[in-house]
Design a protein around this ligand. Structure first.
Ligand code: ZN
Length: 317
C-alpha cells in the first residue's frame, strides 16, 4: 500500500517552513530529512525534493518528515551562509534558544519539533553560493555514534569525517552535533556547490537518502542503491575514506583569493593551496599552504575575501 502523504506549512518560530510528511502503511522508524539550513544550497534542496516525490509511490515502514528548505528567508533573499534577519549562521545555533534572535529561535523550534525524539536525522547540505565542494559526510561522537557512522557510510560519499567536541572542532552548534548530544543518530551529508543544481550531486543525495531508508529498515533497498553502483566497494556496500580532522584555513586581511588547487585535490603538508593578493593586483599579501596531508573538502570559489575570511576546509586523517 502506498504511504500517506501530507504537505503542509510548519510554523517554526514564526517562519512558515514547507514540510512533507510521508507515513508508511506499517510502523517503523521516525526519520527527519532537512535541507536548506543554508539558503542557497540548491543541489541538496533539489535532492530532497526529488527523493520525497519518488517516495510517495514506494512501500514505506515508519514515517519520514522532509523539509526541502528550512531557512526560508535566506532562500527568498538568496542570502548564503546566514539568516538575513540577524546575520547568524543557523547551523552554528543548534540546539537553539527560544528567546534568542531569529536564527536561535528557528534552531530551537527545529530541534524541538524535528530532531528530538527521532530515530535518525539527515541534514543535507552542499557548498553554498561561493563554495566548491568534494562530496563527504560528517558525524559526531556521542552515545549514538555507531548508528550515526552506519548512516554516514550508507550515504555512500567518498569521505566520512568523524568530529569530536572540543577546541579542535571546526564547527559546533550544527544540527548533527546537537542531535548527537541527545543520542539521536544524525549526519550532515554534503554534495554539490556554487549555487548550482548539478544533476550528479542531486543524484548522490537521492541515492544516499534511499540507502539511509534501507539501512533503517524503512524500505527494501531500491534498485541501484546497492553495491553495484558508483562509489561502492563491492559486495560489502559503499566504502569511504575515514577522516578525523577538519581544518579550516582563513586569510588575515581582505583581498583577492586565488586557489591553486581544486576541491577534491589530495595535498601534501606544505603544498601551496593558493594566495591572497591585493585587489589592485600589485602585491601578494599571503600564500596559503597545507598544514597537513589531506584532501580539500571545500574551497571558496569567489575571489572576494574579507579579513579573517574562510578560504578552504581540509580533511585529514
Ligand atoms: Zn550548508
Amino acid at each position: 500500500m502506498p504511504p500517506k502523504v501530507v504537505r503542509r506549512t510548519l510554523d517554526l518560530a514564526g517562519v512558515g517552513v514547507p514540510l512533507i510528511e510521508i507515513t508508511g502503511s506499517s510502523d517503523g522508524p521516525q526519520l527527519t530529512v532537512l535541507a536548506g539550513v543554508h539558503g542557497c544550497e540548491y543541489a541538496s534542496m533539489a535532492g530532497v525534493r526529488t527523493w520525497a516525490r519518488a517516495l510517495e509511490s514506494r512501500e514505506l515502514h515508519g514515517r519520514v518528515r522532509a523539509v526541502p528548505v528550512l531557512n526560508m528567508s535566506a532562500f527568498r533573499a538568496r542570502t548564503p551562509f546566514v539568516v538575513p534577519e540577524d546575520g547568524k549562521n543557523l547551523n552554528r545555533c543548534f540546539p537553539g534558544n527560544p528567546s534568542g534572535t531569529l536564527a536561535e529561535r528557528l534552531a530551537h523550534a527545529t530541534f524541538t519539533k524535528l530532531i528530538a525524539g527521532m530515530d535518525a536525522v539527515i541534514d543535507v547540505h552542499c557548498g553554498d553560493m561561493v563554495e566548491a565542494l568534494e562530496p563527504f559526510t560528517l558525524y559526531e561522537t556521542g552515545p549514538a555514534e555507531d548508528r550515526a557512522r552506519a548512516l554516514a557510510m550508507a550515504y555512500g560519499l567518498g569521505y566520512v569525517l568523524r568530529q569530536e567536541p572540543g577546541p579542535d572542532r571546526a564547527v559546533g552548534g550544527t544540527t548533527s552535533s546537537a542531535a548527537a548530544q541527545i543520542g539521536v543518530p544524525a549526519i550532515t551529508a554534503e554534495a554539490g556547490g556554487c549555487g548550482l543544481v548539478e544533476q550528479a550531486a542531486v543524484d548522490l543525495h537521492v541515492r544516499g537518502l534511499d540507502r539511509v531508508l534501507a539501512t533503517l529498515g524503512m524500505t527494501e533497498a531500491a534498485d541501484g542503491a546497492t553495491a553495484a553502483d558508483g562509489g561502492a566497494g563491492g559486495d560489502g556496500g559503499p566504502t569511504a575514506e575515514d577522516l578525523s580532522r577538519f581544518i579550516w584555513l582563513r586569510c588575515a586581511d581582505e583581498g583577492w583569493w586565488e586557489p591553486a588547487v581544486g576541491a577534491g585535490a589530495k595535498v601534501a603538508k606544505g603544498q601551496v593551496l593558493g594566495s591572497v593578493t591585493s585587489i589592485d593586483g600589485a602585491s601578494t599579501q599571503e600564500v596559503i599552504s597545507a598544514p597537513a596531508d589531506g584532501v580539500l573538502l571545500f574551497l571558496t570559489s569567489s575571489p572576494a575575501v574579507a579579513a579573517d575570511g574562510l578560504l578552504l576546509g581540509l580533511g585529514a586523517s
